[in-house]
Design a protein around this ligand. Sequence first.
Ligand code: AHR
Length: 509
Amino acid sequence: MGDRAPGARVRARLALDRARAVATIDPRLFGAFVEHLGRAVYGGLYEPGHPAADGQGFRTDVLDLVRGLAPPVVRYPGGNFVSAYRWEDGVGPRGRRPVRLDPAWRTRETNQVGTDEFVAWCRAAGAEPMLAVNLGTRGIDAACALLEYCNHPGGTAWSDLRRRHGHARPHGVRLWCLGNEMDGPWQVGHKTAHEYGRLASETAKAMRAFDQGLELVACGSSFAGMPTFGAWEETVLELCAGAVDHVSLHAYFDDEAGDAAAFLAQPVALERAIRAVGAVIDRVQARTGAARPVHVAVDEWNVWYHNRRQDKERLRTWDWPTAPALLEEAYDVTDALVVACALNALIRSADRVRIACLAQLVNVIAPIMTVTGGPAWRQTTYHPLQAAARHARGTSLAVALDCPAYDGGPTPDVPWLDAAAADTGDGLALFLVNRHAADAIDLAVSFAGFAPRGVALHRTLSDPDPRATNTAAHPDRVTLRAGTGAALQDGALHALLPPRSYHVLRLAP
Ligand code: AHR
């Protein structure tokens, strides 16, 4: 790369064929996650006394930014937090809710927001709640009580309690996570695969006795680098055969090594890990004969590294603060490109992945930031997520790419161009990232089964400074702007993609 002349171009060819569908894109690929952690809830979603707070104390300026992302699902309340959480502490009159110590983040939890408020907030945001049950310190009993509290119409102790709390109608929560990252030694109540698999399977059985139609997510690996990756999924899925619908996989990308090209390659490693988990699913299905399909839920993923070490140090020594600033990453242009590549990986994996949640949503490793008592703004990473959620509809198409590749360190053979495509029914959507730091990509896209007539939309994100961020003072320093240099000629799309840039294109039929 260093030998290339300035202004050199990488040539890439992309072939899209309407007949080569990967799968229908589940809109839930563009979900998010809210944990009781730092200022995600208190000072993020919820801040009574803020000039923009509604009658319930929720910030309407934050809600507006969330609505702009339109996350179809939001996972809650953790994360590591859930593994020691008593959900009963977070319901009922606020004045009577206990303050507890949260061992996951060594902070003080006031419980002023709990299940009822979160579900109401989700509905206001237009999102489906995805609730996690505590399989760390608790088990089947607490999980079933929460399910009954949320979903049973009335006439039982738990459902009548909800009604007394002012929620006559059941919350109707369909999507449930059976614990969080139970493979991780850091998790409160960490378990072996066998211990967890048995507990998850029995919890699923009991929860399904209430409602066969629930969608249940078993914990897979906290990341693909776990020593138990693969073996964990195999054991858990064997024990949960026929009982769960998804197995989770988490992925956090980092540039600790200071090697942006390797950083930009990490979403390719995620895609390969999804394929690996898919192979385990197929093997277990074949062995057990279980008919219920199992998909991969990438229900936590993001860039996370800017303050990670400092945060770890700080929380080791602090004295149980309430809602401290924690995991507050300021995302730059390169981070936005990594997020865009990860979204592309998820779109390409639409056959395996039905749910994915950017972790998280507000303040904590988040696309939305707030100042307590002050403004809220969009981080750089907000923009590719919003573009994917808006435009990656319909069917994911196989991407036949002919493009020079590079060695992304632990991730070999990474094409300079990252591409995903959707047949939206009313045209085509393309999502492109040029990973190259110096060279533009000269791209030609050919079509079979489509005859696009024009470029209906071209938006791009790039910046001369890869470290540029958005701030309260300059909230739109990095955003999507009108793109140039893409045109149809003789039935093919030609585009010149500047170094380190992201593009979303809509082609009209
Ligand atoms: O999202 C932050 C943390 O990362 C979550 O609490 C945990 O599940 C993961 O390790």
